[in-house]
Ligand binder design. Structure first.
Ligand code: FEO
Length: 161
């Protein structure tokens, strides 16, 4: 059985991953409207990944005979600024998510729930990779700025994801 606090945290994490998926899709749509098709593609792929993270947790709760509680997904913002601001938001959001996963991990540990602890190790590792990937884009955007042609080169490169 999953401990009560851990189960609540996992249900909240499912909601957080679903919200993240919506947020990145909204960002992707905004950038697509601005003709940044590569940045938009990158975020759309990430949005799909976030949805799979939610499902991975759903399956884990079900496999452990836990109580799945799907919650209302808050709507993401409808207006954004340019690519640099958006990717800075993504980085900040991923850092929050890393903290949230760590909280789940600590709860599982404190409740002696080794199965959840082990399952969450995948997410801990994934967060390291996600922060690296987003940080790289933020660094590149900050280095080139948004006025010259270099941003379109970066946009072209991100379309290859
Ligand atoms: Fe599912 Fe980007 O964390």
């Amino acid at each position: 059985m999953i401990g009560t606090a851990t189960q609540n945290a996992l249900n909240a994490q499912i909601n957080a991953e679903q919200y993240t998926s919506q947020l990145y899709l909204a960002m992707s749509a905004h950038l697509s409207e601005k003709s940044f098709k590569g940045f938009a593609h990158w975020l759309r792929v990430q949005s799909a990944e976030e949805a799979t993270h939610a499902l991975k947790l759903v399956d884990f709760v079900l496999d452990r005979y836990g109580k799945l509680e799907l919650r209302t997904i808050n709507p993401p913002p409808t207006s954004f600024n340019g690519p640099t601001s958006i990717f800075e938001m993504v980085l900040a959001h991923e850092k929050e998510n890393t903290a949230s996963i760590s909280k789940c991990y600590e709860l599982a540990k404190s409740e002696g729930d080794h199965a959840t602890e082990i399952a969450l190790q995948w997410f801990v590792t994934e967060q390291v990779q996600e922060e690296i990937a987003v940080n790289e884009v933020v660094d590149q955007l900050r280095a080139i700025g948004e006025q010259g042609g270099a941003i379109w080169y970066l946009d072209h490169n991100l379309a290859k994801r």
